[in-house]
Design a protein. Structure first.
Length: 713
């Protein structure tokens, strides 16, 4: 079919000649596709970037104008012919997940399909390598051992690394001000799941040395081939490949920028004042219009990124890079940062349809498009390219004129709702613009899902913010694959929160942080206590019973077991050779109660405001009475057996205190200052009326308060 030809009018020739004089100014205003006037939402300002970047981009646009002008000179007509627009040559139907997992698989299976065990193994190796590098580089700071110890232990398996990732996901759901708060003993802060999974110091160590790239093969910043994302590039390549391998995108997709929040000093940080995240690292993203599945992405690093630059501008390079693996028939939606006539023409040659808002100062648009003024809201006008009939430019009047360029839409009219106050009205609108509003929000939808349970935390490492973005994106993509695989389902579908919690349960393996001596050695008679020469060790029994000092510090011991090599003040079960002067084991407690003639002491009630309490089986108290001393700072089962050797009257003549000698066999530490054997304690007591013999009570509570002792003695 021959193309239609017509002669140019005198006015058109003059317009072309005038346009050629100010082509440089038009193209320079297109620097990286920058919009003008009211388009501040798309403006980016590069902080601390290469000052030559914008100049080079201007030159590239000038070259693009010169090259394209010699090969492609479109002409436009206002006479639309829908019959010449061919949309049947490239058609795309359906889409969805591509994998072999059966319906009903666990959330962890979908996650590990994208974040594979091999990727986790590589991170484990690189983390261990980086820890060794730091150790060798800072050896003077931690040696000799007496000053600072090197406590890092290599990660032995990927299960521990998956536990680390699970804790990070928990922190995104239950946010606390500080990392250490998740291991706090305060019930308002501490997280039991985190505590049972990994010790705090171990988590901090892994977090400190966490490294994705191979330190030995990293390129120096002074190298010409230096790439800003070198630490993340192998990891991003694997993720990008898995995203595209396991999901076939639906026909409609959108290209836009996602912002990773970061306010540090970095050359690639961008400032976009009208975005929700105003300052951060820009990531070009291609997402499905429905669900917001991230199909392809690439961080923006200025001139030194991996985008294949050409003579058609940055917007052209971004779109062609993100869509290079798309099959024919897809329809993508872009904003005016990317849209150009050359891009639309080349995408159509690749079998990809596209629609996007466009700046009126772009090259090769209809010459009189800037002068189009529509009278009424809802009115529209359409131009069609003569050389390429699929290429159309539509103008629609809403509050102002909106210009949209497309290579795969016919000139059809529909209606859209408009709300003014409480009134609803219907306005006519070209279908291509209605579709643009419907399908353009894929990247925004992905950002919305990502920010619900954002795992990012303040860090000194800028690249860790990108890792958090990638991890959140991986979880959201796994959720989309899970949802589309199990739809429709008879059961209630999982929400993003339910999926994350199921994912945490699937990849998390709880481990006991502190383990007592194995039961198999209970009857072994070879256990012997030995004195520790160096620093004391934490008592394993006190740890298991959560016993601490008044200052809330761990109790340490100068003794250890020769076989177990652990700090032990408890020497009972499993260590029968030594009856510790610091603890009373359960069998000894039973003998104490038996000696008192009771199955359990009377009137036991912990007094939180007191340091200790005493309980006696009979009343009134007298010299040589055997009493059982309860210390409220000790665990519930710890008691001390003592004997009254003297009653001490107060100023009023009443018995207010007594002197007690303890039995070494049943001695219990009241605290560090009272740990000696056969010690004498002067204990301030309040006998109520029982000590005076007025009433016969079932039991008596005796409270210790050494600060008030001088007042009564």
């Amino acid at each position: 079919m021959s193309k239609r030809k017509r002669e140019l009018t005198k006015e058109e020739i003059e317009a072309i000649l005038l346009a050629s004089d100010d082509s440089v100014s038009d193209l320079s205003s297109e620097d990286d596709g920058w919009p003008v006037d009211d388009s501040l939402a798309d403006v980016s300002f590069i902080l601390n970037n290469d000052p030559g970047d914008e100049t080079d981009e201007d030159q590239a646009n000038d070259e693009e104008a010169a090259n394209s002008a010699s090969t492609f000179k479109p002409s436009w007509t206002e006479q639309m012919e829908n019959g010449q627009i061919d949309l049947t040559q490239h058609q795309k139907y359906g889409g969805g997940p591509k994998h072999n997992l059966p319906v009903g698989s666990e959330a962890g299976d979908y996650f590990k399909m994208l974040f594979t065990n091999d990727m986790c193994e590589k991170i484990r190796e690189n983390t261990n390598k980086y820890a060794e590098f730091v150790k060798s580089a800072t050896i003077d700071k931690w040696e000799p051992i007496g000053i600072k110890k090197w406590r890092w232990k290599p990660i032995e398996d990927i299960e521990e690394l998956f536990n680390f990732i699970a804790i990070i996901l928990i922190m995104g759901i239950a946010k606390l001000p500080r990392i250490k708060d998740y291991w706090s003993s305060n019930p308002m802060l501490g997280n039991d799941k985190v505590k049972r999974t990994m010790a705090r110091d171990r988590f901090v160590d892994i977090y400190r040395f966490f490294h994705i790239s191979d330190r030995e093969n990293e390129v120096s910043p002074n190298d010409p081939s230096f790439y800003m994302m070198r630490k993340l590039d192998p990891f991003m390549s694997c993720l990008r490949s898995n995203f595209q391998m396991h999901f076939e995108p639906y026909p409609h997709l959108s290209v836009d920028e996602a912002m990773v929040k970061y306010k540090g000093r970095l050359g690639i940080v961008q400032y976009m004042p009208n975005k929700p995240v105003k300052r951060g690292i820009k990531v070009w993203a291609l997402c499905t219009s429905f669900f917001g599945y991230v199909y392809n992405f690439e961080p923006y690093c200025g001139k030194k990124d991996k985008l294949p630059r050409n003579d058609n501008g940055l917007g052209y390079s971004v779109v062609t890079f993100l869509t290079k693996n798309l099959s024919k028939g897809h329809h993508i939606y872009i904003d005016r940062f990317y849209t150009s006539v050359v891009l639309m023409k080349d995408l159509l040659k690749s079998g990809i349809y596209a629609s996007g808002t466009v700046n009126t100062n772009r090259k090769y648009l209809p010459t009189n498009i800037k002068n189009v003024k529509l009278a009424d809201n809802g009115s529209s006008k359409c131009f069609q390219c003569i050389e390429e009939p699929n290429l159309t430019c539509t103008v629609w009047k809403d509050k102002k004129e909106i210009f949209l360029l497309s290579n795969g839409a016919k000139n059809e009219i529909t209606t859209v709702k408009r709300r003014i106050g409480g009134n609803v009205s219907y306005v006519t609108c070209p279908k291509v613009i209605a579709d643009y509003n419907k399908y353009m929000g894929g990247v925004d939808l992905a950002d919305q899902y990502r920010k619900y349970y954002d795992i990012s935390r303040k860090s000194r490492k800028w690249w860790i913010y990108m890792f958090w973005y990638l991890l959140d994106t991986t979880v959201n993509n796994a959720y989309i694959i899970y949802s589309t695989t199990n739809f429709p389902s008879e059961k209630k579908s999982k929400t993003p929160l339910d999926f994350r919690m199921s994912l945490i349960e699937a990849i998390l393996k709880e481990k006991r942080i502190v383990e007592t001596c194995p039961q198999t050695i209970v009857k072994n008679k070879s256990h012997k206590r030995i004195k520790i020469d160096g620093r004391k060790k934490r008592c394993i029994r006190c740890i298991s019973l959560k016993r601490k000092t008044i200052s809330n510090r761990a109790i340490e011991s100068s003794w250890t077991c020769e076989i177990c090599q652990r700090g032990v003040e408890w020497w009972g079960k499993g260590h029968p050779e030594w009856d510790s002067p610091f603890h009373v084991i359960s069998s000894q407690k039973s003998s104490v109660l038996k000696e008192l003639g009771r199955k359990s002491p009377l009137g036991i009630k912990e007094l939180r405001s007191a340091h200790s309490s005493l309980v006696k089986n009979s009343s009134p108290f007298k010299v040589n009475d055997v009493i059982l001393i309860k210390d409220d700072h000790l665990p519930r089962n710890f008691w001390k057996l003592g004997r009254i050797i003297e009653l001490l009257p107060g100023r009023d003549g009443k018995v207010r205190a007594c002197k007690i000698t303890s039995q070494s066999k049943f001695d219990v530490t009241l605290d560090r200052f009272a740990s000696r054997i056969a010690a004498e304690f002067i204990i301030f007591m309040e006998f109520f009326s029982l000590i005076l013999g007025v009433d016969q009570l079932a039991a008596s509570r005796l409270q210790l308060d050494s600060r008030n002792l001088p007042e009564f003695l």
